[in-house]
Write a protein that binds this ligand. Structure first.
Ligand SMILES: [Cu+2]
Length: 144
């Protein structure tokens, strides 16, 4: 075996070691690295949700989707389902659309059909259906 062949064979080993190190990193960091172009996060003691808007940045009056990753913390059970909604708490109204959420495996989800129809403060509401009950996590978005 010449040197070039050995180098080619060594490459997958290096990739495997890198993956193991990533898995060993703490769970919240792994969640943060699960999505490219992360828009924001919602968290409590038991769960962390990171999300990326598609398309980004968000704009008033435009339909958008969210790519989401849900990471249980501290031994919390993985959720069975996720629902997404949004409200403007200062105006006491929600969206004019009802988003749909599809599970994509390994704690990731896609929510389609969201629209912030006016600028201002919006609260994204994430309802996690878990074996211990439903948990609501909230993330505030300020839309210009
Ligand atoms: Cu409003």
């Amino acid at each position: 075996m010449d040197a070039r062949a050995r180098q080619v064979n060594a490459f997958p080993v290096a990739v495997a070691v890198g993956t193991l190190l990533l898995v060993a990193a703490d769970a919240s960091r792994a969640c943060g690295e699960a999505l490219r172009g992360t828009t924001g996060r919602a968290e409590n003691a038991r769960y962390e949700i990171v999300f990326a808007a598609v398309p980004a940045p968000l704009a008033a009056g435009k339909l958008f989707s969210l790519d989401l990753a849900v990471c249980p913390r501290g031994g919390a059970a993985a959720p069975n389902a996720l629902a997404v909604d949004a409200t403007m708490p200062e105006h006491r109204h929600g969206m004019n659309y009802r988003p749909t959420v599809v599970a994509r495996g390994t704690g990731t989800y896609r929510a389609d059909g969201l629209m912030f129809h006016m600028p201002g403060r919006w609260d994204l509401l994430f309802d996690l259906v878990t074996p211990a009950g439903t948990e609501r996590l909230t993330a505030t978005v300020l839309l210009e």
